[in-house]
Each structure stands twice: as structure tokens, then as C-alpha cells.
Design a binder for this molecule. Structure first.
Ligand code: SF4
Ligand code: SF4
Length: 368
């Protein structure tokens, strides 16, 4: 149900609103507003690790030198979250990402505001900083879920991928600390299939499945490293060391994961997402979906407050300037981006790993 304020905003000038409605095919199908379904605050770009598959720790290629560390204030986040609250369903999950989100000095305050506004909250973290005090502070802020990265049961492999010795041990301690000092926070893992990790993936899933402190695992797959200029066919270039070479072996792994999922292992991906991962590993150049990318329903905020749907198609506003998300969401500019999103055929991280949505093909077109 739309709030009174938002309804008034939309219908203040009825003629204008009608034009907007008809111009926004897809945004208001059948007269209903399509609401944001995925939200992520990339709250900082800083990170203390030196991962082989992510260069967030190097100067950001999208953010100019003068803007670095020009973070929104807590009040600006509060205003943004207030506007977002009006657009979304009760169950909407607010994701905090990075960089390492725990390096943002006001992270606890922003999580707390999110919780107080009734959002479900999730924080992604490399686990490095989660000692007793951090676990308690996250619990006090009302955090509901946390996802920690763990790519291997073998500490040498995980530490090698993360570029810092001892990270594996710190993740295991983080799981214990959260279990002990923040028992209401649900702890999940994110594990990524790389050339270096796929061989030990089943033992990792078994270990997770038998660990009562872990709610589930979300399986992800290798992408071109974050914060690198886009390279066509990256899996054949500079970053091919991440790409699993043995297609048959990795295909069997995905089949096994689907079987495990069917046997109720704690794998959070849908079977459709795992099938898309398999297709991607076999034919990375072919778009994994039959329909379109679903990022038209995403709200992203960069570390410096820029608002966008997809990072690839431009900035729509800036919470540091007080831009109103409710206006941006229905703006012509946002709709132009949605048109581009509909045509985009990139197998990117957001599409496959972060916010995968199964194709919904009308039954009369399914066999075409
Ligand atoms: S993957 Fe995560 S932990 Fe690694 S450098 Fe990037 S932000 Fe940091
Ligand atoms: S598939 Fe294209 S539109 Fe969708 S998130 Fe990726 S780059 Fe953006």
C-alpha cells in the first residue's frame, strides 16, 4: 500500500502523473507501481584485505580523487532510508556492502536506523574485524543477518585468495563470536567458485551443512575482479587465473550442488540460479537469462551517496544533495536506464550472483 505522502506526491498533478505513468511501461504495469526489490548500500570502498579477485583496496576507478571519503552523513542516510521505506514492502532487505562495510565509522548508526525503520538488514563482511565487541555492537544495532566470505575449508587457499595470512582463522573466530555474543544475528556464508576453490567445494558445503552456527551458504561464481576496467571475454585474459578451466569437472560440481540442494542441504541459491551458474561456466559469453536483467528493480547507493539502478548505466541522484529517492524512482531518467537494462546482455556479478531472478516466461511463449 502506498503511503499517503507518496500517493499525494504522485498524484499532485494528475495530468503529469498520468503522462509519467504511461511513459513508464514496466514501472507501473496495469497501474501498479513496480517497487524496488533489491537494495544495497556500498557503504565504503575501503578494505584491509588484498583479494586476488577484487581490487576494492586500490584507488576506485569510478570515484574521483576529490570525492574519496566524501561519505554521506548519518542524517542523509536517515532521509534516504525514510524515502526508501515508503517505496518498498515490509519484507524488503537492506544490504550493507563494500569494501569492508565494518570500516565505515557510522555503520552501526546506519544499521540501527534501518532496523528502526523496520527493514530487514543484512551485512556482508570478510569477517576480519568481528571480535566480541563488534559482534555485540552489531547485535545492539539490531542487525538481522550477516554474510561472511569463506571460499575454502583449506586455510592456505582462503588466505591465498584473500591476500592476507590468518584471514581464514579470523572468519572462524567471527562465526564463534557472533554465535556467542550476538546469538540473534543469523550467520550465513558466501563461497565463490574459482579455479583455485572448486575442487574443495563439496567438503566446504559439507562442513557448512554440519555447522549449527551457520544458517546457510550462498554459492557465487567467479567474475572479472571488482574495480577493474571492463574487459571483454575477461575469462581469457589478464584474470583468467580465476576461471575454472575444466568445464566438465565444474559442471559436475554444479550438478552435485543441485542434488545437495534437493536433499535439503543448507544451500540458499535457487536451483534456477545454480543452473544459470552452470550455463555461465560453460558459455560465459552467452547471456544466462532468456528474458531480461532484473536490476530495474534495484536501488544502489555508492559509498559517496550516488544513487543508481545499475552501475553501468549512470548516476540518477545523490543522497548528499538531498535528492528524493521517491522522485528519482519514477523519473524519466530512471526509465531511460530501465530501457537500457532491458537490452543489456552482460553476465555480470549483480545479475548472476547478487540478485538473480528466475525467468518468468508466459506459458504460451515457453516453447518458442
Ligand atoms: S572481496 Fe571483499 S574482502 Fe576482498 S578486497 Fe574486495 S571488499 Fe575486500
Ligand atoms: S546485466 Fe547489465 S543491466 Fe543488469 S546489472 Fe549487469 S550490467 Fe547492469
Amino acid at each position: 500500500m502506498l503511503s499517503k505522502v507518496f500517493r499525494e506526491f504522485l498524484f499532485k498533478n494528475r495530468a503529469q502523473a498520468q503522462n509519467k505513468l504511461s511513459a513508464c511501461e514496466g514501472l507501473f504495469p496495469g497501474g501498479n507501481v513496480v517497487k524496488p526489490e533489491f537494495g544495497c548500500l556500498g557503504i565504503t570502498d575501503e578494505c584491509m584485505l588484498r583479494c586476488k579477485m577484487c581490487y576494492k583496496w586500490q584507488p576506485d576507478i569510478f570515484i574521483s580523487e576529490k570525492d574519496v571519503n566524501s561519505y554521506p552523513s548519518v542524517d542523509q542516510y536517515r532521509k534516504f532510508l525514510n524515502e526508501l521505506r515508503e517505496l518498498v514492502d515490509k519484507e524488503f532487505v537492506l544490504n550493507f556492502g563494500g569494501g569492508e562495510a565494518l570500516l565505515f565509522e557510522h555503520i552501526y548508526e546506519v544499521i540501527k536506523i534501518g532496523s528502526e525503520y523496520g527493514f530487514r538488514t543484512n551485512l556482508n563482511s570478510n569477517g576480519f574485524l568481528i571480535d566480541e565487541q563488534v559482534a555485540r555492537r552489531l547485535a545492539d544495532a539490531g542487525l538481522e543477518n550477516i554474510k561472511l566470505s569463506l571460499d575454502s575449508v583449506d586455510s592456505k587457499i582462503h588466505d591465498h585468495m584473500r591476500g592476507v595470512k590468518g584471514v581464514h582463522e579470523r572468519v572462524l573466530k567471527a562465526i564463534d563470536n557472533l554465535h556467542k555474543f550476538a546469538p540473534k544475528i543469523r550467520v550465513a556464508l558466501i563461497s565463490v567458485i574459482y579455479e583455485q576453490t572448486y575442487r574443495d567445494f563439496i567438503p566446504l558445503i559439507e562442513w557448512i551443512n554440519n555447522n549449527e552456527k551457520i544458517e546457510h551458504v550462498l554459492v557465487m561464481v567467479a567474475m572479472q575482479p571488482n574495480n577493474t576496467p571492463e574487459e571483454k571475454n575477461w575469462w581469457n585474459g589478464k584474470y583468467e587465473f580465476l576461471w575454472p578451466k575444466d568445464k566438465k569437472a565444474v559442471g559436475r560440481l554444479i550438478d552435485e550442488l543441485i542434488e545437495m540442494k534437493n536433499k535439503r542441504y543448507k544451500i540458499n541459491n535457487s536451483a534456477a540460479q545454480l543452473k544459470a551458474v552452470k550455463k555461465y561456466l560453460e558459455y560465459p559469453e552467452k547471456f544466462v537469462k532468456k528474458t531480461t536483467c532484473n536490476m530495474d528493480k534495484a536501488v544502489h547507493v555508492s559509498s559517496i551517496g550516488q544513487l543508481f539502478l545499475c552501475f553501468n548505466y549512470g548516476i540518477l541522484g545523490d543522497i548528499r544533495n538531498g535528492d528524493d529517492l521517491r522522485k528519482i524512482w519514477v523519473s524519466d531518467k530512471a526509465q531511460q536506464v530501465r530501457e537500457k537494462i532491458k537490452r543489456c546482455k552482460k553476465n555480470c556479478h549483480f545479475l548472476i550472483n547478487c540478485f538473480f531472478e528466475e525467468d518468468k516466461i508466459p506459458s504460451n511463449l515457453q516453447n518458442l
